[in-house]
Ligand binder design. Structure first.
Ligand SMILES: [Zn+2]
Length: 500
């Protein structure tokens, strides 16, 4: 091994965010998630930035975050771990979505458990709006509404669209009265309320199998009337999917052509519409919420590129809407990691001295850095990448660099002492294993719900700590820094929802 190889041998350390994938090269420590770069003495570079996030749309009232899936307890309640992980990445505040009366109440209960962290909305989602209909049997109990689960973000074309839905005046009066009481009680409470928005509500023509167009329009109109009748008004947390024309028309009908009567503004969350639609919403003074669903296609990303920073908000919409390898947005995560690697390599090369030369055939600096990063993300259950193999470390490099993984067998993060001392050699990866290597490192191991272990995330259950991926993609798509994205979203969200 040459001097360079020895000097560049990476050693894993944990960054101050407890990020397990921080690696160290001579003269430079790089955390691929936090934009943090600091020297070996721990002096943070002038550009150091601690991201801060507010997840404006997270369905934490969904029993899936208590380990319950469709009425069955599949693993222990791990809600507190979900919230801890969010805080570890800098996601300091969570606006928990109320999408029907039950989840709106549950969200408020959660807010009492996590004061200053959990805030809430209250409203009836378009897909839950059959409660306004005469054709729907009322739920036997509060817990009977769709097993308490929030609505998946994808349409289900196998489900038939009900034709017989009619709005029911009696049911409507009951639902609106319950919603009004819930909000009034919160607003008149002596202690400050965690309820910061009305919603989520709106229109969703992608999922008419949950509720007909006619009843959705009725539900949206009835709730907009409720907002208008209350003083003070709450900001709006809106949902619009494949329904833009009706959505905007109804908003204008109720609040005026420029939404003059809308006192506190609002956000159209989980935006997946066209650039033209988005511009119209921004022109009306509304904000645009982005999550993994906003990056599905190249067209979606082109729209995100055009969101003005002073109109941007960030969300995960967990447990739904994760950024997936099949999404266009995924490649922006991969290129961010590659850019961080190259920056680390350039810095390492500049501090390693120009007098040293690499022997022919030896491990290149880039391969060393790549292996360092790749070796941090090889948890056996890590998410497979969409382009297998391209991030695989050079096999020759693997034998000369650390092979430390970032998670214990029980899925918890390793302490930093794990980085010290000799490392066991990793068995050479089989082609199959190489195929599974992720291109985007994960901070925490992710396992199937049946294999849940303490400290692990659950595959396909999106959670608020993943908001950093949303910010990374938005920044890359827009060609601005993560800091600009985070700070703009933070300011916008704090201002509109009056968060402390
Ligand atoms: Zn929604």
């Amino acid at each position: 091994m040459s001097i360079i190889s020895r000097r560049l041998q990476p050693r894993l350390l944990r960054c101050r965010f407890s990020c397990p994938t921080t690696y160290i090269l001579p003269g430079l420590r790089v955390c691929p998630f936090s934009n943090m770069a600091s020297d070996n003495q721990g002096q943070t570079a002038a550009s150091a930035y601690n991201p801060r996030y507010i997840d404006i749309g997270i369905n934490l009232a969904d029993p899936i975050f208590r380990g319950r899936y469709h009425g069955k307890q599949r693993h222990p309640d791990d809600l507190s771990a979900v919230i801890s992980r969010a805080q570890e990445v800098g996601c300091q505040k969570l606006i928990v979505t109320g999408s029907d009366l039950t989840s709106s109440k549950k969200a408020l209960e959660l807010a009492k458990e996590y004061p200053g962290v959990v805030y809430t909305t209250a409203g009836i989602h378009p897909c839950s709006s059959s409660v306004f209909s005469s054709s729907r049997k009322p739920p036997a109990s509060d817990n009977d509404e769709a097993d308490g689960h929030s609505m998946p973000c994808d349409p289900d074309p196998t489900q038939p669209i009900p034709e017989d839905h009619e709005a029911c005046p009696k049911r409507t009066a009951q639902v609106i009265s319950s919603l009004r009481s819930l909000i009034s009680e919160e607003q008149s409470s002596s202690s400050p309320t965690a309820l910061v928005a009305f919603g989520e509500f709106g229109l969703d023509y992608d999922r008419l199998h949950y509720c007909s167009r006619k009843v959705q329009l009725h539900s949206f109109a009835a709730q907009l009337d409720l907002v208008l009748s209350m003083s003070p008004q709450l900001p709006l947390f809106l949902h619009s999917r494949a329904a833009h024309a009706d959505f905007v028309a109804l908003l204008k009908e109720k609040f005026g052509p420029r939404l003059e009567k809308l006192e506190k503004g609002g956000v159209v969350h989980s935006f997946t519409g066209t650039a033209e639609e988005m511009r119209e919403l921004m022109d009306l003074g509304l904000y645009i919420g982005t999550n993994g669903c906003s990056f599905k296609t190249a067209e979606n990303c082109e729209v995100v590129k055009e969101i003005k920073l002073d109109r941007l908000m960030l969300e995960t919409d967990g447990p739904w809407c994760e950024v997936r390898p099949s999404h266009e947005g995924w490649k922006y995560l991969v290129s961010k990691i590659n850019a961080d690697r190259e920056a680390a390599v350039a810095a390492a090369a500049s501090t390693s001295g120009s007098t040293e030369t690499r022997q022919a055939g030896e491990t290149p600096v880039l391969a060393a850095a790549t292996a360092a990063l790749a070796s941090t993300s090889l948890a056996p259950d890590s998410q497979a990448s969409s382009t297998p193999g391209s991030a695989s470390p050079n096999p020759a490099t693997t034998t000369t660099t650390t092979t430390t993984t970032t998670t214990n067998s029980n899925g918890t993060n390793t302490p930093s002492s794990r980085a010290a001392g000799p490392k066991p050699r990793r068995k050479p990866a089989t082609p199959q294993q190489q195929k599974k290597e992720p291109e985007v490192p994960e901070r925490w191991k992710s396992v199937k719900k049946e294999k849940w272990v303490e400290g692990a995330m659950v595959k396909s259950r999106n959670e608020p700590c993943m908001i950093e991926r949303v910010a990374t993609v938005v920044a890359a798509v827009k060609g601005v820094s993560v800091e600009e994205v985070c700070e703009a979203a933070w300011e916008n969200t704090s201002r509109v929802f009056k968060l402390d």
